[in-house]
Ligand binder design. Structure first.
Ligand code: SF4
Length: 262
C-alpha cells in the first residue's frame, strides 16, 4: 500500500510523543493555513493568516478515507498537518465520527491560539490527548518566534490554555520549542508550567529541516534541569525513543512534515 495516494491522512509517523501516530489533516490545502507563522515552521507556501474557522474538507470525505485504510497498527490518530487544526470547523464532528469506528486514542496538536473560543474548547475536549504549543513567555517573544495574526494576543493565549486545562479530563501536554531567542527565558517558562499544571511538559528544539539552528543537547538538558522541581512529567526531544513505523503514503507524509519529519 506504500504508493496509495491519500488526501487527508498521512503516516503513520514515529512520534517522539505519541509512539506510532496516523495523521489526519482537516485543512489539506496546498498552502499553510495558520494563525501563526512561526519562524522555525517547516511548512512552505504561507500566503496569509487565517483566524476564521471553516470547513476545509467535508467530514464524509475524511471518514471515507479513514474507512478505506488498510489494517495499520497505530497508537494514536493525530489531528495536525498543514496548519492549525482547530481552524477546521468540523474538528469536533470528525473526532466524534472517528470514535464510533476506531478504538485507538485520539490526539490534537494545537498552537493554543483559539482556546478562548468556547466551541473550540468543547471540540478539543472530545480528544484523549491535547498538546498545547507555548514557545513564548511574553508578548515580545510571541511576536519574534510565532509571528501571530494581528488579533492573536499573548495574554489571551495563556488565559485560554488555563481555562482549557482546568476543564479537560484527558491528558494535556505543554509543548515548548526552545531556540536561541527564548533560551534565556527558561525560568519564566518554568513559572508558566507551574501555573498551568499540564500532565506533561515537552522540551523541544527544531530538529526538522527548517533553516533554524536547534539548541545543542547540553543546552536543552540544562533547560530540562530547571523544570525538575515540577510535579509533572518532563520530556526532552533528545531523549526520545522513536518506534519503527512504515508510512502508508510517504509522499503525503513528507508534504505535511518535511523530509526530516520527526
Ligand atoms: S503553529 Fe505550527 S503550522 Fe503554524 S506556523 Fe507554527 S509551526 Fe507552522
Amino acid at each position: 500500500m506504500s504508493n496509495t495516494k491519500y488526501k487527508y491522512i498521512y503516516g503513520p509517523v514515529p512520534s517522539w510523543r505519541l509512539g506510532s501516530s496516523l495523521g489526519i489533516d482537516l485543512l489539506s490545502q496546498d498552502r499553510k493555513i495558520c494563525t501563526f507563522d512561526c519562524f522555525y515552521c517547516q511548512l512552505e507556501n504561507f500566503e496569509e493568516y487565517t483566524s476564521q474557522r471553516k470547513v476545509y474538507v467535508p467530514t464524509k470525505d475524511v471518514m471515507a478515507e479513514i474507512n478505506s485504510l488498510p489494517d495499520v497498527k497505530i497508537d494514536y490518530f493525530t489531528f495536525s498537518g498543514r496548519g492549525e487544526p482547530t481552524l477546521a470547523k468540523n474538528l469536533g464532528e470528525v473526532i466524534s465520527e472517528l470514535r464510533k469506528i476506531k478504538k485507538e486514542r485520539i490526539a490534537v496538536l494545537t498552537n493554543s491560539t483559539l482556546l478562548q473560543d468556547k466551541e473550540v474548547r468543547k471540540e478539543l475536549a472530545l480528544a484523549d490527548y491535547v498538546a498545547l504549543k507555548l514557545d513564548a513567555c511574553s508578548r515580545e517573544l510571541l511576536e519574534k518566534i510565532n509571528r501571530p495574526a494581528p488579533k492573536i494576543k499573548f495574554d489571551e493565549i495563556i488565559k485560554g490554555i488555563k481555562i482549557f486545562r482546568n476543564n479537560f479530563s484527558g491528558t494535556t501536554a505543554l509543548q515548548m520549542m526552545f531556540v536561541d531567542e527564548n533560551e534565556g527565558y527558561a525560568e519564566k517558562f518554568v513559572e508558566l508550567a507551574r501555573e498551568i499544571a499540564p500532565d506533561e511538559v515537552q522540551i523541544n528544539t527544531p530538529l526538522r529541516a527548517c533553516g533554524v539552528k536547534p539548541l545543542s543537547k547540553e543546552k536543552l538538558y540544562r533547560i530540562k534541569e530547571l523544570f525538575s522541581g515540577l510535579p509533572m512529567k518532563i520530556r526532552c526531544v533528545y531523549e526520545a525513543e522513536r518506534k519503527e513505523v512504515k508510512a502508508i503514503s510517504k509522499e503525503d507524509t513528507v508534504r505535511r512534515r518535511g523530509k526530516n519529519g520527526a
